[in-house]
Design a binder for this molecule. Structure first.
Ligand code: TYC
Length: 103
């Protein structure tokens, strides 16, 4: 049965008809000692469509701090990007890792 609920806007809606915003996930890049800086920059440009300048800034930030947010995406897009990073890293023999967490 549909149930009446009150959403954030205070509007009463029927539970079965209520539309929620898609949940968002942060994709986090992790530092390691073996992946080259050049490869990380290449991945950031290829997978996340960063400019060379932005990719360099993000890569250096991750290198210094250990991890960093690369972007925020819907669940499916975040999973795809994490997989693309790991696939590219594997193909090129690097241990580069990234992960995702609910935003
Ligand atoms: N720390 C690596 C090096 O010195 C570079 C690097 C940066 C690796 C960011 C991974 O997510 C990373 N070659």
């Amino acid at each position: 049965m549909a149930q009446e609920t009150q959403n954030e806007g205070g509007v009463l809606t029927r539970g079965e008809e209520e539309l929620r915003e898609p949940e968002e996930y942060r994709v986090i890049l992790l530092n390691d000692d073996y992946t080259t800086m050049e490869f990380v920059v290449t991945v950031l440009m290829a997978v996340f469509h960063k400019t060379f300048a932005d990719a360099q800034t993000i890569m250096l930030d991750v290198h210094r701090k250990g991890r960093g947010i690369v972007g925020v995406f819907s669940y499916d897009i975040a999973v795809t990007k994490v997989n693309q990073v790991h696939e590219l890293a594997k193909q090129n023999g690097f241990p580069l890792k990234c992960t995702m967490e609910k935003a």
